[in-house]
Design a protein around this ligand. Structure first.
Ligand code: NAP
Ligand code: MN
Length: 265
């Protein structure tokens, strides 16, 4: 049996869809797939849940570039879920079909001053953890760009542009453009504090440094997608586009723009 058909199912245990998941697993076995308990041994990682589950599946399996991620939705079809748990045969067909297209989603890499580094598929968010505002200095490459004061900043990937970034009036970005978008969360703008005010997009050759200005608020909440870190005084945070791309199955008539239309229009 080809080891390219090792599949790992990622889902929350005790899921109300346990019955469908068992059917899905049996169908996978009947079609020549091998179920593997360890995601490390899988070539296909199937996330069952919503977009939030997909983000966790990618994070908990280490942003594998050599694996194909497949999102199976248990509710509405989201941005990372191309399949519906109720349409199992469609999923098996697509996976057995060697001709199926693969799309690659850009990710961003976040490096902390203490050398810890993280990848994000949606966004990195930096927000005040207390009721006081947060002050951040932004540097683009080596240029001091602005001092931000407000609730926080979101640095999103193209696929993350339809998530938190969209709620902040950021632009929706085609994932074929490798870039990152910086959006403000409630900036203070007056005669003392001035920021750009609009979202802006940086190319894959740019680097963004964010330094916390210590004004008594050194408790930011820093999150990588849907996972929050508790870091006190993070120092300088460097964010750039990473070389890592997340591979997913691309179904016919289900481009990113089909999804945008389906979800928002
Ligand atoms: P959540 O609070 O349950 O999710 C918020 C919603 O965002 C859910 O409907 C989720 O879809 C959807 N979503 C996730 N990624 C998306 C994407 N790339 N494009 C469009 N919609 C997307 O938390 P979660 O499910 O763990 O998702 C985490 C994400 O929520 C974060 O990465 C951030 O982007 C977003 N978020 C948004 C706000 C805001 O808009 N004010 C605030 C905090 C976080 P599912 O229901 O399919 O999971
Ligand atoms: Mn969710």
């Amino acid at each position: 049996m080809s080891e390219r058909k090792n599949i790992h199912f990622f889902y929350r245990k005790g899921s109300q869809f346990e019955e469908q998941i068992i059917r899905l697993k049996n169908l996978a076995i009947d079609n020549g797939f091998t179920l593997v308990e360890q995601a490390d041994n899988a070539n296909i990682i199937a996330s069952i849940g919503g977009d939030g589950t997909f983000l966790q599946a990618v994070r908990q399996t280490g942003f594998r570039e050599d694996a194909l991620y497949v999102g199976v939705s248990t509710g509405q079809l989201g941005f990372y879920c191309d399949f519906d748990i109720e349409d199992i045969s469609g999923m098996i067909d697509a996976m057995l079909n060697e001709q199926v297209e693969v799309r690659r989603y850009p990710t961003i890499k976040v490096n902390m001053e203490n050398d810890a580094s993280f990848y994000c598929l949606n966004e990195c968010s930096i927000r005040s953890g207390i009721i006081k505002t947060l002050s951040l200095d932004l540097y683009i490459d080596d240029l001091f760009f602005e001092r931000f004061k407000g609730d926080g900043m979101i640095i999103s990937t193209p696929t993350g542009s339809t998530a938190y970034n969209k709620s902040l009036d950021g632009a929706i970005v085609d994932p074929k453009l490798p870039c990152m978008q910086i959006s403000e969360v409630a900036s203070i703008n007056n005669n003392h504090y001035r920021t750009l005010g609009s979202s802006f997009i940086l190319s894959d050759s740019r680097s963004l440094d964010i330094r916390l200005v210590n004004e008594g608020n050194n408790f930011p909440i820093i999150a990588m997608d849907n996972e929050a870190l508790s870091i006190r005084e993070p120092g300088s945070i460097n964010i750039r586009l990473s070389d890592k791309r997340i591979k997913t199955v691309k179904l016919k008539d289900n481009s990113f723009w089909h999804k945008v239309k389906r979800s928002f229009l």
